[in-house]
Design a protein around this ligand. Structure first.
Ligand code: FAD
Length: 357
């Protein structure tokens, strides 16, 4: 019998596996044929410390050192700019305050991103403290750590979960697995896994977010441009491997699924981007969507179910699963080991499944 079975092979499951493998043997079960097929393979890969609810910001801060240093680090400089059109001045002011950004002139904005349209942009803010995360490397690093005391089984969709006196039995097409403790890191499917285990669902809701990859504007080397976001997170664009990825920043509630981008949502999002630049979209190279899954209060859910101490929630990563992963997974293993967490006790309480009663 293993010590831990983890359900889900995205950044949540893999980071939990890395930490928990220090405390016992781990089997990670992933339904798809590869790790990071769903949300974790579809993100914008940013580290922005001041983005998210207060508890998320605490997790971001506590994750920074690991992102910067572990295994040589996974961050590279990007920077973040917010731009506003007429009517968005209040949203811009709010964004600048919450994200610790300084107001910059339209000329400064144009110097950083020359395709911005000075006729539509009425205000902008910027800070350099926003970073690209090498998400593939981060997942590989955590997976390698987990494999020192564990295994990954892909193509193993969990179909049945049975509570035994001594632990849990989990049935998949690749066989049955038993462990003392079950970790629910199933992303958009976290509530479904709880239901299979006879644990009360928490209302983890997936929201779809779409992305288009477009060719770089003619003659532009976009590699040094910051990420640019419309005030109030109305759209964003970011350099990616010589092209630009542009998101409508949509957040439509959907059932857990292999998500895809809706044509109309993409078209409207690209129109919001085009309104703010002088270079029309010439070619969409590809598009996709992923699910950002939130608990009702938008805090992550980390720790044992009040119903069963051997059922651990590690869910509700929302739009922050990568940037929070070092500290979130560390908190999970501290709770299991009984080690005092690095995070403040009110933050830990705000992340605990016990908050739902
Ligand atoms: C467009 C977009 C942009 C984003 N940008 C950022 C960003 O810039 N920075 C950031 O930090 N985060 C970002 N995110 C959020 C981040 O991608 C997610 O928070 C994170 O990937 C969630 O990881 P996860 O492991 O919880 O979920 P997932 O990656 O979805 O993994 C869950 C896994 O569980 C598996 N599973 C489900 N049911 C079963 C079952 N029955 N049996 C076995 N396996 C099962 C699934 O197959 C899946 O692989 C973004 C997300 C999107 C969609």
């Amino acid at each position: 019998m293993d010590d831990f079975i983890i359900i889900g092979g995205g950044i949540a499951g893999v980071s939990a596996g890395a930490r928990l493998s220090q405390l016992g043997t781990v089997t990670l079960l992933e339904a798809e044929d590869a790790l990071a097929y769903h949300a974790s393979g579809r993100s914008a890969a940013m580290f922005e410390e001041s983005y998210g609810a207060p508890s998320v910001i605490e997790l971001n801060r506590a994750s920074r050192h690991h992102h910067e240093t572990a295994n040589g680090g996974v961050l590279s400089p990007r920077g973040l700019m917010i731009v506003a059109k007429q009517g968005q001045e209040d949203k811009l002011a709010h964004d600048l305050t919450t994200m610790n950004m300084r107001s910059i002139s339209i000329n400064e904005a144009l110097a950083l991103v020359p395709i911005l349209n000075p006729e539509t942009i009425v205000g902008a803010g910027y800070h350099s403290d926003a970073w690209d995360i090498d998400t593939d490397l981060l997942i590989q690093n955590f997976a390698r750590e987990m494999r020192t005391n564990g295994q990954v089984i892909t193509g193993a969709r969990v179909q049945q979960i049975t509570r035994l006196h001594t632990g849990w039995e989990v049935t998949t097409p690749k066989g049955s697995f038993v462990a003392k403790t079950l970790v629910n890191a199933a992303g958009a499917w976290a509530d479904q896994i709880a239901a299979l285990a006879g644990i009360k669902m928490l209302g983890i809701q997936p929201y779809r977010r779409s992305m288009a990859r477009i060719s770089a504007p003619d003659g532009c080397d976009v590699s040094g441009w910051p990420m640019v976001m419309g005030a109030g997170e109305s759209w964003y664009a970011k350099p990616d491997a010589g092209a630009l990825i542009v998101s409508p920043a949509d957040a439509d509630p959907v059932e857990p699924q292999d998500a895809w981008a809706d044509d109309m949502v993409l078209a409207e999002g690209l129109a919001r981007y085009e309104e703010m630049v002088t270079a029309p979209v010439k070619r969409m190279i590809s598009n996709w969507a992923g699910l950002r899954s939130f608990a009702p209060d938008r805090n992550l859910v980390i720790g044992p179910s009040p119903q069963d101490a051997h059922f651990l929630w590690f869910a509700g990563q929302g739009g922050y699963g990568f940037q929070t992963s070092p500290a979130a997974s560390r908190l999970l293993s501290d709770i299991v080991a009984g080690t005092p967490p690095e995070l403040a006790s009110d933050t830990v309480a705000s992340l605990s499944p016990a908050r739902f009663g």
